[in-house]
Ligand binder design. Structure first.
Ligand SMILES: O=C1O[C@H](COP(=O)(O)O)[C@@H](O)[C@H](O)[C@H]1O
Length: 241
């Protein structure tokens, strides 16, 4: 795997400003070329200021189609819901049509049923036949201190699933829904947002190319990925040119 493409910013605020500009540029390009912008959102803390900053942005919201790259298996109004966070921070405050915003379903008794339903929704939205993978315009990802990304956690079976779009992840015995590795890698553009000194060790394993991918799952993301890091995360890992 080639060295990941990383950009370092002094702090989370500067990273957020650059990420906002990057997202809006991706939207502009996609809408100009294909008439719509398909984006998959990350959860966690790091992207929240980005979502807040997008309220009031000058972009053709009616052409946005919003999905999630992973979700905790809780209702939308639960404090841990990735989609709930994005709605409160951003999506409730912009005119994207509600039928173009697609939280992952989390009400089925069996999370695998929910995963399959979301996979079918993606196939319908993108017109992707079975056996093929759609290409999102942009997938936002984070990375945990353990090297997980989306809900692809170290040493879990989700890491090796390659015959479907969505699978069930496992965080300390709790189910999650997550994009599979090949679905992420088929994106036109992937953007990692990583902030904080507690991410440094995992980043070192990923950027040096030596970490075992089953221990540092973000290493499995070999598609067209750009990493936005703050200095606290990047220290000793990557320097800006
Ligand atoms: O649990 C999750 O964590 C990761 C990383 O979150 P962060 O707060 O460290 O940025 C996130 O990317 C993922 O979507 C989420 O479900």
């Amino acid at each position: 795997m080639a060295t990941p493409n990383g950009r370092v910013f002094p702090n989370l605020a500067a990273l957020t400003t650059a990420a906002k500009q990057f997202v809006l540029e991706q939207a502009r390009g996609a809408i100009a070329q294909r008439g719509r912008f398909t984006i998959a959102l990350a959860g966690g803390n790091t992207p929240k200021p980005l979502y807040e900053s997008l309220v009031g942005a000058d972009t053709p919201w009616l052409q946005w189609h919003v999905f999630w790259s992973d979700e905790r298996y809780v209702p939308l109004d639960h404090p841990d819901s990735n989609a709930g966070m994005a709605f409160r921070a951003w999506l409730h405050h912009v005119p994207i049509p509600r039928n173009q915003i697609h939280p992952m379903p989390t009400a089925d008794a069996d999370p695998q049923t929910a995963a399959d339903r979301y996979g079918q929704l993606l196939r319908q939205t993108f017109g992707t036949p079975e056996g093929e993978f759609p290409s999102f315009d942009l997938i936002l990802l984070g990375m945990g201190p353990d090297g997980h990304t989306a809900s692809l956690f170290p040493q879990t079976t989700a890491l090796t699933v390659s015959d479907r779009l969505i699978t069930v992840g496992n965080k300390d015995g709790q189910p999650r829904l997550t994009f599979t590795v090949p679905l992420i890698n088929h994106a036109r553009q992937i953007l990692f947002l990583v902030s904080g000194a507690n991410k440094r060790t995992a980043l070192r394993h990923i950027f040096s190319g030596t970490g075992d991918p089953s221990l540092y799952p973000a290493r499995l993301i070999t598609g067209n990925a750009l990493w936005f890091l703050d200095e606290a995360a990047a220290e000793g890992v990557v320097e800006n040119p």
